[in-house]
Design a protein around this ligand. Structure first.
Ligand code: ATP
Length: 287
Protein backbone atom coordinates (compact mmCIF):
# COMPACT_ATOMS: atom_id res chain seq x y z
CA UNK A 1 0.00 0.00 0.00
CA UNK A 2 1.51 3.31 -1.12
CA UNK A 3 -1.28 5.62 -0.12
CA UNK A 4 -4.07 5.86 2.43
CA UNK A 5 -7.19 8.06 2.66
CA UNK A 6 -8.33 8.92 6.17
CA UNK A 7 -11.03 10.88 7.94
CA UNK A 8 -9.58 12.76 10.90
CA UNK A 9 -12.58 13.46 13.12
CA UNK A 10 -13.26 16.39 15.43
CA UNK A 11 -14.29 16.18 19.08
CA UNK A 12 -16.48 18.07 21.49
CA UNK A 13 -16.25 18.08 25.27
CA UNK A 14 -19.50 17.10 26.94
CA UNK A 15 -17.94 18.02 30.25
CA UNK A 16 -14.72 19.86 31.01
CA UNK A 17 -13.42 20.39 34.53
CA UNK A 18 -10.05 21.71 35.61
CA UNK A 19 -8.85 20.33 38.95
CA UNK A 20 -5.75 22.44 39.46
CA UNK A 21 -2.54 23.85 38.04
CA UNK A 22 0.52 21.61 38.08
CA UNK A 23 4.12 22.53 38.84
CA UNK A 24 5.03 22.11 35.16
CA UNK A 25 2.48 24.75 34.11
CA UNK A 26 -0.03 22.24 32.69
CA UNK A 27 -3.44 21.79 34.30
CA UNK A 28 -4.98 18.61 35.65
CA UNK A 29 -8.28 18.13 33.87
CA UNK A 30 -11.25 15.80 33.92
CA UNK A 31 -13.12 15.79 30.62
CA UNK A 32 -15.71 13.72 28.85
CA UNK A 33 -14.74 13.62 25.19
CA UNK A 34 -16.97 12.75 22.25
CA UNK A 35 -16.06 12.26 18.59
CA UNK A 36 -18.42 13.91 16.10
CA UNK A 37 -19.00 13.47 12.39
CA UNK A 38 -17.09 16.54 11.15
CA UNK A 39 -13.74 15.53 9.69
CA UNK A 40 -10.65 16.62 7.80
CA UNK A 41 -9.72 14.48 4.81
CA UNK A 42 -6.09 13.31 4.73
CA UNK A 43 -4.42 11.48 1.88
CA UNK A 44 -1.03 10.21 2.94
CA UNK A 45 1.28 8.92 0.23
CA UNK A 46 4.74 7.36 0.39
CA UNK A 47 7.44 9.26 -1.51
CA UNK A 48 11.00 8.06 -2.21
CA UNK A 49 12.53 11.39 -1.11
CA UNK A 50 13.43 11.79 2.54
CA UNK A 51 10.91 14.62 3.00
CA UNK A 52 7.67 15.54 4.73
CA UNK A 53 5.48 17.45 2.29
CA UNK A 54 2.13 18.97 3.23
CA UNK A 55 -0.47 20.59 0.98
CA UNK A 56 -3.62 22.12 2.34
CA UNK A 57 -6.78 23.73 0.99
CA UNK A 58 -6.39 26.57 3.55
CA UNK A 59 -3.68 29.04 2.57
CA UNK A 60 -3.26 30.36 6.12
CA UNK A 61 -2.37 27.04 7.73
CA UNK A 62 1.35 26.38 8.23
CA UNK A 63 2.63 23.58 5.99
CA UNK A 64 6.03 23.50 7.65
CA UNK A 65 7.29 22.06 10.95
CA UNK A 66 4.59 24.06 12.78
CA UNK A 67 1.86 21.86 11.36
CA UNK A 68 0.99 19.03 13.74
CA UNK A 69 0.95 16.69 10.73
CA UNK A 70 4.62 17.50 10.19
CA UNK A 71 5.38 16.90 13.89
CA UNK A 72 3.66 13.51 13.78
CA UNK A 73 5.50 12.41 10.63
CA UNK A 74 8.84 13.67 11.98
CA UNK A 75 8.33 11.84 15.27
CA UNK A 76 7.82 8.49 13.51
CA UNK A 77 10.71 9.17 11.14
CA UNK A 78 13.06 9.99 14.05
CA UNK A 79 11.95 7.04 16.18
CA UNK A 80 11.75 4.36 13.49
CA UNK A 81 13.94 5.73 10.69
CA UNK A 82 12.05 4.23 7.73
CA UNK A 83 13.50 4.95 4.28
CA UNK A 84 11.61 7.58 2.30
CA UNK A 85 9.12 10.24 3.23
CA UNK A 86 5.47 11.23 3.01
CA UNK A 87 3.25 13.56 1.09
CA UNK A 88 0.17 14.59 3.06
CA UNK A 89 -2.75 16.21 1.33
CA UNK A 90 -4.97 17.91 3.91
CA UNK A 91 -8.50 18.97 3.07
CA UNK A 92 -9.53 20.92 6.14
CA UNK A 93 -13.20 21.10 7.15
CA UNK A 94 -12.86 21.23 10.96
CA UNK A 95 -12.89 24.85 12.17
CA UNK A 96 -9.34 25.97 13.06
CA UNK A 97 -8.34 27.16 16.56
CA UNK A 98 -11.85 26.33 17.64
CA UNK A 99 -11.66 23.92 20.58
CA UNK A 100 -12.41 20.91 18.38
CA UNK A 101 -8.92 19.35 18.38
CA UNK A 102 -8.52 19.91 14.64
CA UNK A 103 -4.73 19.89 14.63
CA UNK A 104 -4.54 17.04 17.14
CA UNK A 105 -6.82 14.80 15.09
CA UNK A 106 -4.76 15.45 11.95
CA UNK A 107 -1.66 14.42 13.92
CA UNK A 108 -3.46 11.31 15.18
CA UNK A 109 -4.45 10.29 11.64
CA UNK A 110 -0.91 10.93 10.41
CA UNK A 111 0.50 8.58 13.06
CA UNK A 112 -2.15 5.98 12.16
CA UNK A 113 -1.61 6.36 8.40
CA UNK A 114 2.19 6.23 8.38
CA UNK A 115 2.10 3.21 10.67
CA UNK A 116 -0.06 1.49 8.03
CA UNK A 117 1.69 2.50 4.79
CA UNK A 118 5.19 1.95 6.16
CA UNK A 119 4.09 -1.23 7.97
CA UNK A 120 5.69 -0.17 11.25
CA UNK A 121 3.52 -2.63 13.17
CA UNK A 122 2.87 -0.28 16.09
CA UNK A 123 -0.08 -1.03 18.37
CA UNK A 124 -2.77 1.55 19.08
CA UNK A 125 -1.37 1.92 22.60
CA UNK A 126 2.11 2.63 21.25
CA UNK A 127 0.72 5.24 18.83
CA UNK A 128 -1.13 6.87 21.74
CA UNK A 129 2.06 6.91 23.81
CA UNK A 130 3.91 8.62 20.97
CA UNK A 131 0.99 10.97 20.32
CA UNK A 132 1.14 12.68 23.70
CA UNK A 133 4.55 14.08 22.72
CA UNK A 134 2.73 16.11 20.06
CA UNK A 135 -0.23 17.23 22.16
CA UNK A 136 -2.36 16.23 25.14
CA UNK A 137 -5.43 15.56 22.95
CA UNK A 138 -3.62 13.40 20.37
CA UNK A 139 -3.97 10.07 22.26
CA UNK A 140 -7.73 10.63 22.53
CA UNK A 141 -7.94 11.44 18.82
CA UNK A 142 -6.34 8.05 18.12
CA UNK A 143 -8.74 6.27 20.50
CA UNK A 144 -11.94 8.17 19.50
CA UNK A 145 -15.51 7.58 20.67
CA UNK A 146 -16.79 8.39 24.15
CA UNK A 147 -14.01 8.64 26.73
CA UNK A 148 -13.00 10.12 30.06
CA UNK A 149 -9.72 12.06 29.84
CA UNK A 150 -7.73 12.80 32.98
CA UNK A 151 -4.21 13.94 33.83
CA UNK A 152 -3.39 16.57 31.22
CA UNK A 153 -5.95 14.85 28.99
CA UNK A 154 -3.78 11.88 28.05
CA UNK A 155 -5.02 9.38 30.68
CA UNK A 156 -7.97 7.81 28.95
CA UNK A 157 -10.75 5.50 30.03
CA UNK A 158 -13.21 4.25 27.44
CA UNK A 159 -16.83 5.01 28.37
CA UNK A 160 -20.04 3.45 27.12
CA UNK A 161 -20.78 5.07 23.72
CA UNK A 162 -23.26 7.96 24.04
CA UNK A 163 -26.64 7.46 22.39
CA UNK A 164 -26.95 8.98 18.91
CA UNK A 165 -27.42 12.75 19.12
CA UNK A 166 -27.96 15.53 16.59
CA UNK A 167 -25.46 18.34 17.11
CA UNK A 168 -25.22 21.87 15.74
CA UNK A 169 -21.73 23.34 15.79
CA UNK A 170 -21.23 27.09 15.37
CA UNK A 171 -17.91 28.90 15.29
CA UNK A 172 -17.90 32.68 15.65
CA UNK A 173 -15.20 34.47 13.62
CA UNK A 174 -12.62 34.63 16.40
CA UNK A 175 -9.61 32.39 16.98
CA UNK A 176 -8.72 31.40 20.51
CA UNK A 177 -5.41 30.05 21.71
CA UNK A 178 -5.92 27.14 24.12
CA UNK A 179 -2.69 28.10 25.89
CA UNK A 180 -3.92 31.63 26.55
CA UNK A 181 -7.23 30.46 28.00
CA UNK A 182 -5.50 28.12 30.45
CA UNK A 183 -3.03 30.87 31.39
CA UNK A 184 -5.89 33.20 32.23
CA UNK A 185 -7.82 30.63 34.23
CA UNK A 186 -7.82 31.56 37.92
CA UNK A 187 -8.58 28.44 39.97
CA UNK A 188 -10.01 30.59 42.81
CA UNK A 189 -12.44 32.11 40.36
CA UNK A 190 -14.11 28.81 39.44
CA UNK A 191 -17.35 28.99 41.40
CA UNK A 192 -18.99 26.08 39.66
CA UNK A 193 -17.42 22.75 38.70
CA UNK A 194 -19.37 20.45 36.40
CA UNK A 195 -20.26 17.09 37.90
CA UNK A 196 -18.26 14.75 35.66
CA UNK A 197 -19.38 11.66 37.58
CA UNK A 198 -23.02 12.55 36.98
CA UNK A 199 -22.24 12.94 33.28
CA UNK A 200 -20.78 9.44 33.26
CA UNK A 201 -23.89 8.12 35.05
CA UNK A 202 -26.09 9.84 32.46
CA UNK A 203 -24.07 8.19 29.67
CA UNK A 204 -24.41 4.81 31.37
CA UNK A 205 -28.16 5.35 31.55
CA UNK A 206 -28.20 6.30 27.84
CA UNK A 207 -30.28 9.36 28.78
CA UNK A 208 -29.85 12.25 26.34
CA UNK A 209 -31.86 14.50 28.70
CA UNK A 210 -29.50 13.79 31.59
CA UNK A 211 -26.41 14.11 29.41
CA UNK A 212 -27.65 17.54 28.32
CA UNK A 213 -28.53 18.54 31.87
CA UNK A 214 -25.04 17.70 33.15
CA UNK A 215 -23.01 19.51 30.50
CA UNK A 216 -20.49 22.00 31.91
CA UNK A 217 -17.21 23.65 30.93
CA UNK A 218 -15.16 25.69 33.42
CA UNK A 219 -13.25 27.39 30.59
CA UNK A 220 -16.39 29.35 29.71
CA UNK A 221 -15.54 31.39 32.80
CA UNK A 222 -12.48 32.76 30.96
CA UNK A 223 -13.72 32.86 27.40
CA UNK A 224 -17.26 34.22 27.67
CA UNK A 225 -16.33 37.50 29.43
CA UNK A 226 -13.71 38.04 26.69
CA UNK A 227 -16.10 37.13 23.87
CA UNK A 228 -19.78 37.62 24.82
CA UNK A 229 -20.74 36.41 21.33
CA UNK A 230 -20.24 32.87 22.67
CA UNK A 231 -23.02 33.38 25.19
CA UNK A 232 -25.20 34.93 22.56
CA UNK A 233 -24.85 31.88 20.28
CA UNK A 234 -25.60 29.59 23.23
CA UNK A 235 -28.79 31.50 23.99
CA UNK A 236 -29.80 31.44 20.33
CA UNK A 237 -29.39 27.67 20.25
CA UNK A 238 -31.42 27.31 23.46
CA UNK A 239 -34.23 29.46 22.13
CA UNK A 240 -34.18 27.51 18.85
CA UNK A 241 -34.72 23.99 20.04
CA UNK A 242 -31.47 22.89 21.67
CA UNK A 243 -31.84 20.67 24.74
CA UNK A 244 -28.63 22.32 25.92
CA UNK A 245 -25.70 24.26 24.42
CA UNK A 246 -22.14 24.87 25.56
CA UNK A 247 -18.69 25.97 24.42
CA UNK A 248 -16.38 23.15 23.33
CA UNK A 249 -12.88 22.95 24.83
CA UNK A 250 -11.26 26.37 25.08
CA UNK A 251 -13.69 27.74 22.50
CA UNK A 252 -14.92 29.66 20.73
CA UNK A 253 -17.00 26.93 19.05
CA UNK A 254 -20.42 26.40 20.59
CA UNK A 255 -22.30 23.14 20.17
CA UNK A 256 -25.91 22.35 20.90
CA UNK A 257 -27.65 19.01 21.37
CA UNK A 258 -30.92 18.75 19.44
CA UNK A 259 -33.81 16.30 19.78
CA UNK A 260 -33.98 15.62 16.03
CA UNK A 261 -32.63 16.64 12.62
CA UNK A 262 -35.54 19.02 11.93
CA UNK A 263 -34.91 21.23 14.97
CA UNK A 264 -31.18 21.16 14.23
CA UNK A 265 -31.83 22.33 10.66
CA UNK A 266 -34.13 25.11 11.92
CA UNK A 267 -31.51 26.35 14.34
CA UNK A 268 -28.78 26.17 11.68
CA UNK A 269 -30.91 28.29 9.34
CA UNK A 270 -31.50 30.87 12.08
CA UNK A 271 -27.81 31.09 13.05
CA UNK A 272 -26.76 31.47 9.41
CA UNK A 273 -29.28 34.25 8.96
CA UNK A 274 -28.10 36.05 12.10
CA UNK A 275 -24.48 35.83 10.87
CA UNK A 276 -22.91 35.68 14.34
CA UNK A 277 -21.13 32.52 13.32
CA UNK A 278 -19.57 32.06 9.91
CA UNK A 279 -19.29 28.32 10.18
CA UNK A 280 -22.48 26.53 11.23
CA UNK A 281 -22.69 22.77 10.73
CA UNK A 282 -25.10 20.00 11.56
CA UNK A 283 -23.43 16.81 12.61
CA UNK A 284 -23.97 13.68 14.70
CA UNK A 285 -22.13 11.89 17.44
CA UNK A 286 -19.70 9.31 16.03
CA UNK A 287 -18.84 6.09 17.83
P1 ATP B 1 -7.68 22.02 20.68
O1 ATP B 1 -9.15 21.74 20.77
O2 ATP B 1 -6.82 20.79 20.73
O3 ATP B 1 -7.23 23.12 21.54
P2 ATP B 1 -8.06 23.72 18.49
O4 ATP B 1 -9.21 23.21 17.67
O5 ATP B 1 -8.36 24.80 19.46
O6 ATP B 1 -7.42 22.50 19.20
P3 ATP B 1 -6.39 23.70 16.16
O7 ATP B 1 -7.42 23.76 15.10
O8 ATP B 1 -5.75 22.41 16.41
O9 ATP B 1 -6.95 24.28 17.55
O10 ATP B 1 -5.31 24.81 15.75
C1 ATP B 1 -4.56 25.55 16.64
C2 ATP B 1 -3.40 26.18 15.87
O11 ATP B 1 -2.51 25.14 15.48
C3 ATP B 1 -3.80 26.91 14.59
O12 ATP B 1 -3.74 28.28 14.77
C4 ATP B 1 -2.80 26.43 13.52
O13 ATP B 1 -1.98 27.47 13.04
C5 ATP B 1 -1.95 25.38 14.19
N1 ATP B 1 -1.95 24.10 13.46
C6 ATP B 1 -0.91 23.31 13.27
N2 ATP B 1 -1.23 22.21 12.57
C7 ATP B 1 -2.53 22.30 12.30
C8 ATP B 1 -3.46 21.46 11.59
N3 ATP B 1 -3.07 20.32 11.02
N4 ATP B 1 -4.75 21.85 11.54
C9 ATP B 1 -5.13 23.01 12.13
N5 ATP B 1 -4.30 23.83 12.79
C10 ATP B 1 -3.02 23.50 12.88
Amino acid sequence: MDSIRLKARAKINLSLDVLGKREDGYHDVRMVMQTIGIYDRLIITKIPEDEIRIQSNLFYLPINENNLIYKAAKLLKDEFGFAGGVDVNLNKFIPVAAGMAGGSTDAASTLFGINKIYELGLSQNKLMELGVQIGADVPYCIMRGTALAEGIGEQLSRLKPVPHMWIVVAKPPINISTKLVYEQLDMNDILYHPNVDKMIQAINKESIEEIAANMGNVLERVTIPLYPIIDSIKNDMLSHGAINAMMSGSGPTVFGIFPNERTALNCQAYLKLKKEAKQVYITETFN
